[in-house]
Design a protein around this ligand. Structure first.
Ligand SMILES: Cc1cc2nc3c(=O)[nH]c(=O)nc-3n(C[C@H](O)[C@H](O)[C@H](O)COP(=O)(O)OP(=O)(O)OC[C@H]3O[C@@H](n4cnc5c(N)ncnc54)[C@H](O)[C@@H]3O)c2cc1C
Length: 412
């Protein structure tokens, strides 16, 4: 076992951990991000970079390079029902240069952040799986235990941040339990190729069928499609095979019907078990949890990455000054991060729970899954689509990065 002291060690190199690591490195803190996987290649993990995120990267002087990577600019969010399409959000109406959601493969986004962290002298350590926490005699967290190909190691730090996702190992090691708020849906994800003849304005679209819905996401390389299942419905769906999915595709998205046969087996799909959950307390002395480790967001609103990044911005605003001071990060600083972010998370999750309940009620009563009846009329009112886009683009209570904390040039 080796032992080395750092100001901050972050478990997990997802969007939350990487953005926090980068911001702390730019603030001059000594920080290390440990990621269990050897690379960032991951599929179907959410690819949405919201206007908030793009504006953040603009403030950091990184947006041009980020947007030089392949991505699709989504302007609309639409519900497509048998009675026609309802545009619920129009990002094009937002008063920002970044008036779209950039759909960029998450792996490329994380590769980009890893390269920036390496330039900031805080390279991400991949292939390092955090397995436990270290404590002092008072019970305060003083570091982590991790494993890599060379063995088991210990890192001590003024602060441990758990950004290791929905199945957080650190959360379990700390004996903290997230309370589930209930989800009734699972999603099967798969891809189909794009063709030049595809509708140019298909962006982020939901297509409602009788018992299932399809989520269609544009991407630089093809279409990503989610097929909803009742929670726990995977074995039955697998038994039924891909035909019902192909049939719904052909019925609800006719311009994709010519490619439905490319979905041949279930092995081309990935199951996402949807969850909505949160911790009562996001911290204990010496430890802060953020992103999915503190609160699991359903992918239905497409804002899990945004919430994790906003947690990271709030955490950086509070932690960067605290890590400059002598000694450990005071509990009050950790509590302040939760106090600032929790109202936004509660608001987002409340909306997601309402959506889940709507779907559950439709299933129980045998009615088709559809958006609320008045939605079509409401979205025709002036300003409604812009306001909906604004709410999704920035989330409730978006934190503003204190750029004064960035003392280090990002290319130093
Ligand atoms: C299938 C799927 C589809 C989704 N779709 C969307 C979407 O369209 N839009 C959207 O915004 N959100 C979506 N989400 C949610 C979004 O991915 C998460 O909310 C977001 O990634 C949370 O970021 P995070 O940094 O908190 O955690 P994560 O992205 O989960 O990152 C956690 C990281 O920690 C690493 N890790 C885990 N355990 C350890 C350990 N013991 N030691 C070291 N490292 C560890 C993991 O490998 C991972 O890299 C989706 C999620 C899933 C699962």
């Amino acid at each position: 076992m080796s032992d080395r002291r750092l100001s901050c060690v972050i478990a997990g190199g997802g969007p939350g951990g990487m953005v926090l690591g980068y911001l702390l490195a730019r603030s001059g803190a000594s920080v290390t991000v440990l990621e269990e996987h050897r690379d960032f290649d991951r599929d179907f993990r959410g690819d949405s970079l919201h206007p908030y995120t793009l504006e953040l990267f603009w403030r950091l002087g990184l947006v041009d390079e980020l947007l030089a990577l392949p991505h699709h600019r989504a302007r609309f969010f639409r519900f497509n029902t048998p009675a026609g399409a309802i545009t619920t959000a129009d990002y094009g109406k937002l008063p920002t240069r970044f008036n779209y959601v950039a759909l960029m493969p998450q792996a490329r986004f994380l590769d980009f952040l890893a390269a920036e962290l390496a330039r900031s002298a805080a390279p991400v350590r991949t292939g390092c799986k955090v397995s436990d926490l270290c404590y002092d005699e008072t019970g305060k967290v003083t570091g982590i235990v991790y494993r890599d190909s060379a063995g088991t190691h210990r890192l001590t730090a003024d602060l441990v941040v758990a950004a290791d996702g929905r199945f957080s190992k650190v959360r379990r090691a700390a004996g903290m339990e997230a309370v589930s708020l209930g989800a009734c849906t699972d999603l099967l994800w798969f891809r189909l190729p794009k063709q030049d003849s595809d509708p140019p304005d298909a962006d982020v679209d939901l297509f409602f069928g009788r018992n299932h819905y399809l989520a269609l996401l544009a991407g630089p390389a093809g279409w990503q499609i989610g097929y909803s299942l009742p929670k726990g419905g995977y074995p039955a769906a697998r038994e039924a095979g891909v035909s019902p999915i192909r049939d719904l595709l052909a019925e609800r998205i006719p311009w994709l019907a010519d490619r439905a046969h490319l979905l041949e087996t279930f092995s081309q799909t990935t199951l996402l078990s949807v969850d909505i959950a949160r911790l009562r307390r996001w911290w204990r002395p010496g430890l802060l949890l953020l992103g999915d480790a503190a609160h699991v967001i359903s992918p239905v609103g497409g804002n899990g990455i945004l919430m994790a990044i906003q947690d990271a911005v709030t955490a950086a605003n509070h932690l960067a000054p605290a890590l400059r001071g002598p000694g450990p990060v005071p509990d009050a600083v950790l509590a302040a991060v939760q106090a600032e972010r929790e109202p936004a998370i509660r608001a987002v999750q409340a909306q997601q729970v309402r959506t889940e309940q709507r779907v559950a009620t439709a299933r129980e009563t045998g009615r088709p899954i559809t958006p609320p009846g008045l939605l079509r009329l409401v979205t025709l009112l002036p300003g409604v689509r812009r306001r909906a886009a604004n709410a999704n683009a920035y989330g409730p209570h978006p934190p503003v990065l204190d750029t004064g904390l960035l003392c280090r040039d990002h290319r130093a």
